[in-house]
Design a protein. Structure first.
Length: 246
């Protein structure tokens, strides 16, 4: 899973570098599939329950599961990219939100707060703590800054299947829920709205968007619970992981 995670991290870094005004998410999708298959892996999302693309690309008020399109990205947009792959029988799953050119101060704050909430949640992924400790850490940070956490979609176990048991909500009460133990592997993925938390699914049957039209950001890592603490699997190397965790 570490190999699968590092491969995915490299692909996501390449995609981030491609995000510029005028680029299309359909081009990003094609490049992601090419890169994943070239590495001997398989896109995890493509044909999963009928999803037709390698990437989920969600722009501005789209929260998750957006379809790649030929519409050019514009300066000031924010783009959430969610991608997964299977390598040697094991899955990895990761997401990031990328500014397209210069963005507003409010949008930049949304991205910073959402990403920080992910790492605060990861800090709680320790043996002996509980799932509610993760969700509480995410929720408290997000709401402290005046944003809201999406409730309908949550993190999940990852392993020999893309979605396994153990749901990991981005909200909760400390000391509640499943007790964490070494060997558990799951994705933590805050989805944070600038406005209210409610979402709606659009006519394509997949894309979830904010009901109030506010911007939304999404960050995700696959992590493992170890005796020594949380281990981020979807980073390029151990040094990258250590920069985010105490």
């Amino acid at each position: 899973m570490r190999t699968a995670g590092r491969l995915l991290a490299a692909v996501l870094a390449e995609l981030r570098a491609m995000v510029t005004p005028g680029a299309t998410t359909l081009d990003l999708d094609a490049e992601a599939e090419r890169r994943i298959r070239e590495a001997g892996a398989v896109p995890a999302f493509k044909n999963y329950r009928g999803f037709p693309f390698t990437l989920c690309t969600s722009v501005n008020d789209h929260v998750i599961h957006g379809f790649p399109s030929a519409t050019p990205l514009k300066s000031g947009d924010i783009l959430s990219i969610d991608v997964g792959l299977r390598y040697d029988g094991y899955y990895s799953d990761s997401a990031t939100t990328v500014p397209v050119g210069p963005i507003s101060d409010a949008a930049a704050t949304l991205l910073r707060v959402t990403e920080a909430s992910l790492y605060l949640g990861i800090e709680q992924a320790r043996a002996g703590l509980r799932v509610g400790d993760i969700g509480h850490a995410v929720q408290a940070h997000v709401e402290r800054h005046g944003f809201s956490v999406v409730r309908e979609f949550v993190g999940h176990g990852v392993g020999v299947a893309l979605h396994e048991e153990l749901q990991v909500p981005n909200y909760g009460k400390p000391g509640r829920g499943t007790r964490l133990a070494p060997g558990m592997v799951f994705a933590i993925e805050p989805m944070v709205n600038m406005g209210k938390p409610a979402v709606k699914v659009l006519s394509d049957g997949w894309t979830a968007a904010t009901k109030d039209g506010s911007l939304s950001a999404h960050y995700e890592h696959t992590i493992a619970v170890t005796e020594a603490g949380p281990l981020i699997l979807t980073v390029v190397d151990d040094e990258a992981a250590s920069r985010y965790l105490t």
